[in-house]
Design a protein around this ligand. Structure first.
Ligand code: FAD
Ligand code: AMP
Length: 475
């Protein structure tokens, strides 16, 4: 006999655990199945994000930022700090502590919401039957439900001739746990993960080289923002090589020998460690029995419509294992929406207003369309911008790098996109997301009182500049 639920969620990342909690809040009998084990071998719900993604990377970004500030910026503030050293073991321990606190918190939240948690690998068969192979090697458990939500996340892409070995050639998991600062770190892929983890080790003293196949830096980002970011990161010491395709890598005498192709010629490079961060792909391994009936799309992701419905009635899929940006907040919002749809409520997600963030220093954040997209789509637009170098709070804090760029419809003034590179861009983008969600205009942002002195005044000024009436820059 299988235990019967209203909803079974497979995957306990930010997509899955949020979906489970919301379903339970709505009075549905809910189970969540997650196979992730923490470093202590125990269940650690929270997925990639909490265990080896968003959270540990931010913990190390913050720790390494403190060190970098002492080393490079304190002197400017008139502070002399001598004999500063790094204790990597303590830094990693702190990071692991943050992860443990949060995964423990998710366990508590599931319990408090009366979600039954199964620590094991879930597989969906026909008729919404789910079998769970427990992580402690216990007997298989059979479950069934009226609705199953697949939230199995993603795994790193491996490239041909560059095999992960967990020590010298690593993915995000390995790069969050180097036991010493590598003298020379190579990073394949100058995308979000490569830049974030490359920055961590660069700040701690590694010589970091990012090898990027594409000619454009951060190809999805507005070109003005990408160009300015590239200049800033190069100045910080990141060696970013565009149009450099990695062809192979192998470990010889404790060194990683990498062959790259630049302008049709092969070159060899040598590193102490190599991080492969060339993107992630949907994780569907062992998730679906053939007779489950769930269809995959041409990129191996679970095929879903705009409401997250799969090809099987009552089976839904959310987060990194489906189309759309691989972002934790996108996964969570899909989880909430699906739970509400199952409960018979109205729910939809506005993919146009999902904010994107790169947690470098300065941060990069944006919402909506880039100028290049507007040009391609033939949408008439006006542009406003404001440099942080002219913002009092930014200068007082030593954060003069970067800018805000705002795009609005030329005729209606409706806000179409905001792009920021600058300190705290991840927080600043919030008011732009809200304005776009409310279908607001640049004039709304221009008329709203912004506290002084704050970084948010740069958004206010960019909105004023869009209409040729900025106060603190020439129009
Ligand atoms: P996941 O978080 O991957 O969770 C899926 C879970 O399902 C995992 O625990 C997995 O073990 C489990 N699972 C899979 N298959 C099964 C099965 N058959 N049975 C049981 N359990 C199963 N995003 C941001 O928005 N902000 C950031 O700052 C950010 N930083 C990142 C940094 C790094 C280094 C990485 C790698 C990613 C980062 N991301 C960030 C992306 C973010 O982690 C993902 O978008 C997010 O985790 C997706 O959530 P999810 O629930 O879809 O999948
Ligand atoms: P992201 O998807 O943001 O993590 O970025 C991954 C980056 O890796 C993209 O910019 C790709 O162009 C880049 N990339 C993929 N394959 C290679 C390769 N063989 N050599 C160098 N860069 C690559």
């Amino acid at each position: 006999m299988s235990e019967k639920y209203d909803v079974i969620v497979i995957g306990g990342g930010p997509g899955g655990y949020v979906a489970a909690i919301r379903a339970a809040q709505l009075g549905l009998k809910t189970a969540c199945v997650d196979s992730y084990s923490g470093k202590d071998g125990k269940a650690a719900p929270g997925g990639t994000c909490l265990n080896v993604g968003c959270i540990p990377s931010k913990a190390l970004l913050d720790s390494s930022k403190h060190y970098h500030h002492i080393e490079k910026e304190y002197a400017e503030h008139g502070i002399r700090a001598n004999g500063v050293s790094i204790d990597i073991e303590a830094m990693l321990k702190r990071k692991d502590g943050v992860v443990k606190k949060l995964t423990g918190g998710v366990t508590q939240l599931l319990k408090a919401n009366k979600v039954d948690f199964y620590h094991g690998k879930g597989t969906l068969g026909a008729g919404r039957e789910v079998s769970v192979a427990p992580s402690d090697d216990g007997d298989e458990v059979k479950l069934s439900a009226d609705n199953v939500i697949l939230a199995s996340g993603s795994v790193p892409i491996e490239i041909p001739n560059v095999a992960f070995d967990g020590k010298y050639i690593v993915d995000n998991v390995g790069a969050l746990d180097f036991e010493a600062v590598p003298e020379k770190l190579g990073v394949i892929g100058a995308g979000v993960i490569g830049l974030e983890l490359g920055s961590v080790w660069n700040r701690l003293g590694s010589e970091v080289t990012l090898l990027e196949a594409l000619p454009d830096f951060l190809a999805l980002t507005d070109r003005d923002i990408a160009k300015q970011s590239l200049r800033i990161f190069k100045r910080q010491g990141l060696d970013i090589r565009l149009e450099t395709r990695v062809k192979s890598a192998e470990v010889k005498n404790e060194q990683v020998e990498v062959v790259v192709e630049v302008e049709n010629e092969d070159h060899s490079l040598s590193f102490d460690r190599l991080l492969v961060s060339v993107g992630r792909k949907a994780n569907t391994e062992g998730l679906l029995l053939e007779d489950s009936g769930v269809r995959l799309d041409d990129q191996g992701r679970i095929d879903v419509d705009e409401k997250s419905r799969t090809s099987v009635d009552g089976v839904w899929a959310i987060g990194d294992c489906v189309r759309g940006p691989m972002l934790a907040h996108k996964a969570s919002e899909e989880g909430v929406a699906v739970a509400e749809l199952i409960a018979g409520q109205f729910a939809e997600i506005h993919f146009d207003t999902v904010p994107w963030v790169v947690y470098t220093d300065p941060e990069i954040a944006w919402v909506g369309k880039t100028e290049q997209q507007l040009e391609e789509e033939g949408i008439p637009y006006s542009v406003g911008s404001f440099p942080f170098a002219a913002n009092g709070r930014a200068l007082a804090g030593g954060h003069g790098d970067g800018m805000v760029k705002m795009l609005a419809h030329e005729e209606t003034d409706q806000l179409l996109g905001v792009h920021i590179v600058g300190s705290n861009a991840s927080e600043l983008i919030g008011e732009c997301v809200v304005t776009m969600e409310f279908q607001g205009c640049s004039e709304d942002l221009a008329r709203i009182v912004h506290a002084h002195p704050t970084l948010s005044e740069a958004i206010h000024e960019a909105a004023l500049h869009l209409d040729g009436r900025a106060i603190h820059r020439a129009n």
